[in-house]
Design a protein around this ligand. Structure first.
Ligand SMILES: *[C@@H]1O[C@H](CO)[C@@H](O)[C@H](O)[C@H]1NC(C)=O
Length: 434
């Protein structure tokens, strides 16, 4: 009421406050205020008791305990100490990197490589249940042993992100958190919008407002080339024929990156990954579940394009991708803005990170058969029109020239390493992947 009293009131109003009618109104409004305060407090109470299960972080039941776990340690000195220790730079001229999606396939490998060479690394991951969470936990344990701590939280949680920047003034952000997968978009479209669009904006909002602004390297996707038929795919080709919602959200990400670079001077590098595979990979990818099904003696479906056309992928081994990610971080220029304002033009880049040698999916299966010493039960199916494209093939000359990127692992060699990991992790097929 105080600030209302300070407002010079008109003589007419002053008069009204003196009238008995107005006093009555004042009383009833006080009663109303009290009543609504109670209702409001009640709502807050109900909200806090219900919010974990109704949270929008992918609406995953498993988030419940995780979120409250994170909230309970949120801001306590031991938590901050772990964060600082993990992000501590040991190498001269090393960087401090916030890696989102750190418990993911690429996130784990990139975090571990950065840590090995003496950079400071802090992970962030929401451990959602899109695929087997125990695999994510195992990756987390792996990182923990090398001194990388993963904060459990969502990239949409701006308060948490700001808090992390308060604790560590990150020089770089490696933004890998995303909703992956092409076909799952038909089951859960909103999770793509939530992670790949809203989540990206949330990360960029925080990056633009902190001081100093970090440089950002983030994961786009080869899927932005969509239904393009001109090969190999080059960064200058058009990317307006997406074949899946996943591709559309990654394409949207590239446009959003342009905006934040243009308005706020954020240094931004998007990496278009081409079918990344290897040890600790994602169980939703073909090479992974083919391995599982071949070992189980289960039939596998191999897609074929119309007129017996070959479906091929430019499979890229994880170690090559990691080298590309590190090179992108190393060559990233500083952001130019401060206090949310742009001071000059900043770097904006996009690179293909592929292997430049597409392999037909049927050849992938033959390699797996040899490595597993088991014959696959093949079923040939028509390529469904629900997101998968017939082939991908990267032109990597730009990344070669500007990042010194040069993939060195062919599919045979890479799959051999994957199979060795798979058999040791899942105990020779006795404990199979979920
Ligand atoms: C690959 O891309 C570069 C531009 O980065 C272009 O000059 C070159 O012609 C492309 N190569 C092919 C085979 O399309």
């Amino acid at each position: 009421m105080k600030h209302i009293d300070n407002i010079p009131s008109t003589p007419g109003k002053f008069k009204m406050e003196k009238s008995p009618y107005n006093r009555l109104r004042l009383h009833s409004s006080l009663a109303k205020l009290t009543f609504w305060s109670f209702v409001f407090l009640g709502l807050i109470f109900v909200f806090f008791y219900r919010s974990p299960s109704s949270s929008s972080t992918g609406s995953l039941p498993s988030d419940l305990s995780r979120r409250s776990l994170r909230t309970s340690s949120y801001g306590d000195p031991a938590w901050e100490k772990r964060i600082k220790a993990s992000a501590k730079v040991r190498a001269t001229n090393g960087m401090s990197v916030l890696v989102t999606g750190a418990a993911g396939f690429v996130g784990t490998h990139v975090s571990s490589a950065l840590k090995r060479r003496g950079d400071g690394v802090l992970g962030l991951d929401n451990f959602n249940d899109y695929y087997d969470q125990s695999l994510k936990r195992a990756r987390q344990a792996l990182l923990e042993r090398s001194g990388v701590y993963i904060v459990e939280g969502d990239i949409n949680d701006v308060t948490l992100l700001k808090k992390l920047f308060d604790i560590v003034p990150f020089t770089h952000v490696m933004h890998l958190a995303a909703q992956a997968g092409v076909r799952y978009a038909m089951e859960n479209p909103s999770s793509y919008v939530h992670s790949n669009i809203a989540g990206l904006v949330s990360v960029l909002e925080v990056c633009k407002s902190v001081n100093p602004q970090p440089a950002i390297v983030w994961a786009s996707s080869s899927s932005v080339y969509g239904l393009n038929t001109k090969v190999p795919f080059s960064e200058r080709d058009r990317t307006d024929n997406p074949a899946s919602l996943y591709a559309a959200t990654k394409k949207a990400g590239e446009e959003i990156a342009h905006t934040y670079n243009h308005i706020y001077g954020l240094s931004l590098t998007g990496l278009r990954f081409f079918t990344v595979y290897g040890p600790w990979g994602r169980p939703d990818m073909a090479y992974f579940f083919f391995t599982k099904d071949i070992l189980k003696g289960k039939a596998i479906q191999i897609f074929e394009a119309p007129n017996h056309g070959t479906v091929a992928r430019d499979f890229t081994y994880i170690d090559d991708i990691v080298k590309g990610c590190l090179a992108a971080l190393d060559t990233a220029e500083k952001s130019t803005g401060s206090g949310g304002k742009k001071k000059g033009s900043a770097q904006l880049r996009v690179y293909n990170l592929g292997n430049t040698s597409p392999v037909p999916v049927s050849d992938l299966v033959s390699i797996l058969e040899r490595l597993l010493k088991v014959k696959a039960k093949r079923t040939i199916m028509k390529l469904p029109r629900n997101g998968d494209v017939q082939f991908t093939h990267a032109n990597i000359s730009l990344a070669q020239r500007e990042l010194g990127y040069k993939p060195t692992t062919d599919l045979q060699t890479g799959l051999k390493k994957f199979v060795r990991w798979y058999l040791s992790y899942y105990g020779n097929g006795k404990k199979s992947a979920q």
